[in-house]
Design a protein around this ligand. Structure first.
Ligand code: ZN
Length: 333
């Protein structure tokens, strides 16, 4: 049975992105696949009055079950109201849809936004598949994110060893032909907690790895071609050293995990970039807190005992991103 996202109390990204591009901030897109992540995201968004995008990848949908996810998203809207957020602006978004059928299924299941990622296909095929998804989604007022260029790294089903920056000379033709609502670009961000090899980095005076800077010249060239058009950054976790250290201190093994420095994301958020995807940082916060709790309390076996501090750690991280990196606090009162 079909359901419209409007019946679930969700919103699409159209007005949200237009406001964000104009206002020089970005909307957080946080991935989730379980209740504690969802609670932490909604609490953080409600407390800061920030619009928020709940992202579900194909893998997360398989992990959690599509029916359960749909009611969780609907529950999230009601929960946000209960927390005192009168007009919650919450998007349910498919991250990295890889086929027309998957995107259609999500539209039919109450998603308010979908991504069709055909960026690994030849240009003309990317255009064709994206256009097909847009045609279907727009019938139901669901917004569509497309991608041009290839990111390096691993994210669920999507993986690529090398990145290819988006070609600015292609973006006008692509957006015109596909009628997509936003465009994910490749300017040097990368999926996962190992965004760069040590060989790709330099070292600062303390011997700490410093990743190569994002290609802001490519972003600028794209903005010039598509003034005011919403741009999306994937793979934008910062991989906070404190979480990596905490994981490693309590039995983990995450050598040389490295992310995108927050000052670079802050700079991007002020541009036409209006959606920034953060997944790995939540995974790291949760795992670090669970590892610490279990190491310090070897007798605990009630999951609530270790998931509660994990949820608090994620919430703290989400609030930090909203206020100090994206600047989306107070934008959804
Ligand atoms: Zn991605």
């Amino acid at each position: 049975m079909k359901v419209s996202f409007k019946e679930l109390g969700l919103v699409n990204t159209r007005a949200m992105f237009a406001k964000a591009v104009k206002g020089g901030y970005a909307i957080p897109a946080f991935n989730f696949n379980n209740m504690e992540q969802l609670q932490a995201i909604i609490q953080a968004a409600a407390e800061t009055k920030s619009p928020v995008i709940l992202q579900v990848s194909k893998g997360a949908r398989n992990y959690a079950n599509q029916t359960l996810l749909r009611y969780m998203a609907q529950g999230a809207v009601e929960y946000a109201k209960e927390l005192g957020w009168k007009k919650p602006q919450i998007v349910l978004h498919l991250d990295h849809g890889d086929s027309y059928e998957l995107c259609k299924s999500c539209v039919d299941f109450g998603f308010s936004s979908v991504m069709i990622d055909a960026s690994s296909l030849p240009y003309e095929e990317n255009v064709k598949l994206t256009r097909k998804v847009v045609n279907y989604a727009h019938k139901y007022d669901v917004t569509v994110e497309a991608e041009l260029g290839v990111l390096a790294g691993v994210e669920d089903e999507v993986s690529s060893a090398v990145s290819h920056y988006t070609k600015p000379e292609e973006v006008i033709d692509f957006v015109k032909k596909t009628k997509c609502d936003s465009l994910a670009i490749s300017i040097g961000t990368s999926h996962g907690a190992y965004k760069f090899t040590p060989e790709q980095c330099t070292r600062d005076e303390n011997g700490k790895l410093v990743p190569p800077p994002l290609a802001f010249n490519v972003l600028k060239a794209i903005e010039k071609k598509l003034p005011g058009f919403p741009i999306v950054l994937h793979g934008s976790s910062s991989v906070p050293q404190e979480y990596v250290d905490m994981c490693n201190k309590y039995g983990g093994k995450l050598p040389n995990a490295i992310g995108i420095p927050e000052e670079q994301l802050r700079k991007a958020a002020k541009s036409a970039v209006c959606k920034i995807n953060i997944d790995s940082d939540s995974r790291l916060a949760m795992t670090a807190a669970v590892r610490r709790h279990l190491a310090e309390n070897p007798g605990h076996f009630d999951p609530r005992q270790y998931l509660k501090p994990a949820r608090e750690e994620m919430k703290k991280m989400y609030i930090h991103k909203i206020i100090n990196v994206l600047g989306s606090n107070g934008k959804a009162r």
